[in-house]
Design a protein around this ligand. Structure first.
Ligand code: NAG
Length: 401
């Protein structure tokens, strides 16, 4: 009896054992055949997350050089992030701007490096350009000054910069002084290669402005602090002064009016008819804040520069010196406007349709760094010196003087 029981127990154990083994094999079979695919999917997913990670994360922009002695390019802090981009109402805000080279583990981890080429880079002995560079990094040449004021020598920068960020309209990122925004649509209309300006200046009239124009007693005003500029604007003004009165304020003139004082701003609207916004050099697309600032007041800017102003400002918002063959013709036209207030005030028609807004180059930069198309294209400037200098400035003005 006992022996039989023992045998039965043995059989039971063996069968339980082999059953477990079978079960194990089944589990193993199921595991390898059915569960494995899901494991490899998981791995694929993980790989793809890893591979796409650098593109989906914040873009880090390193301010590699100073901006006119300012380490953080006039930003509020050493490092600014999405909050800053939100505060200036950028469409894309997932970017970090910093001058801290230790924020990321390596210089080659930053998505973009910004170099200011208007001034000579102050190299210390050990710190020139980064020693290591990743191929997906974007090196950017930034400049708001004209070629006449570019102090960094671009000679040695062949095959170095991927993008340009300047006031020129053919830059990768346009960093101009101001924009004209359509009040109704909120769209930036100019600058653009072919801006679609509204019409309506021909029959523009406004009683208050008419009264204002009648009250003006002085002809033209100019503010200059940089004398002997490349454009020879000082000589031009002297020629004009032989035919018409021009009050010159600032270092290069005889009069003084502290910048930003209320009296100074008041006299533009209340006393003077024309504001001379003469650029220091005659370069393509180069229009600085002078013209835009004067447009805040009710005074007609008389512009002198190398730009095609029609790309930048609405028609009938300025008088372009370069459209006149001689100084005499220019002065005759200004006299005509001065004695015909109805014509004079037509130069303010645009104020009902456009407002001037400061440019936000960092918005464009952030957006472009996130653009798939821009990211996947490899590009760099073989000869940045040629791009920046050749054919970009006029030596002689079109108007004779
Ligand atoms: C940036 O320029 C460098 C140097 O010419 C080049 O090797 C690299 O491929 C460029 N990168 C991109 C993303 O265009």
């Amino acid at each position: 009896m006992i022996r039989r029981t023992k045998r039965a127990r043995l059989i039971l154990c063996v069968s339980i054992g082999s059953l477990s083994l079978l079960l194990l094999l089944v589990v193993l079979f199921v595991h390898t055949q059915c569960l494995r695919p899901s494991i490899s999917y998981y791995r694929i997913l993980e790989d793809s997350i890893r591979n796409h990670h650098p593109d989906d994360r914040s873009k880090y922009i390193l301010l590699y050089t100073n901006f006119f002695g300012n380490r953080n390019w006039n930003l509020q802090a050493e490092t600014v992030g999405p909050d800053f981009f939100r505060s200036i109402q950028c469409p894309v805000t997932d970017c970090v701007l910093t001058n801290n080279r230790e924020l990321l583990a390596s210089i080659s981890d930053y998505d973009a490096l910004l170099f200011h080429i208007a001034e000579a880079w102050t190299y210390s002995l050990f710190e020139k350009v980064p020693k290591i560079r990743s191929p997906r990094q974007i090196y950017i040449a930034a400049n708001m000054e004209s070629p006449a004021h570019t102090k960094h020598l671009l000679e040695g920068d062949h095959d170095f910069f991927n993008w340009t960020m300047t006031y020129r309209l053919d830059s990768d990122i346009i960093w101009n002084y101001n924009n004209f925004v359509d009040i109704e649509s909120g769209d930036i209309v100019g600058p653009a290669e072919r801006p679609q300006w509204r019409t309506g200046w021909e029959d523009y009239y406004n009683e208050t402005l008419y009264e204002l124009a009648l009250g003006k007693t002085k002809m033209a005003v100019q503010f200059v602090s940089h004398c002997g500029a490349h454009s020879r604007r000082d000589e031009l003004v002297q020629e004009i002064q032989r035919l018409m009165e021009v009050d010159v304020y600032g270092k290069c003139g005889t009069l003084e009016c502290p910048r930003g004082s209320p009296r100074c701003a008041q006299m533009l609207t209340g006393e003077y008819r024309f504001y001379f916004a003469f650029e220091n050099s005659l370069c393509r697309d180069y229009i600085t804040e002078k013209m835009y600032n004067s447009m805040e007041s009710y005074i007609i800017p008389v512009v002198f520069g190398g730009a095609d102003y029609a790309k930048f400002a609405p028609p009938r918002s300025y008088v372009d010196v370069q459209q006149f063959g001689t100084v005499r013709k220019l002065v005759d036209y200004l006299d005509y406007l001065a004695t015909n207030p109805r014509e004079y005030i037509k130069y303010f028609w645009w104020k009902e349709h456009y407002r001037i807004s400061g440019d936000q180059p960092f918005c464009q930069l952030c957006r472009k760094l996130h653009e798939i198309g821009a990211r996947e294209r490899t590009q760099y400037y073989r000869n940045i010196k040629q791009w920046w200098f050749d054919g970009s400035c006029q030596k002689d003005a079109k108007i004779k003087f």
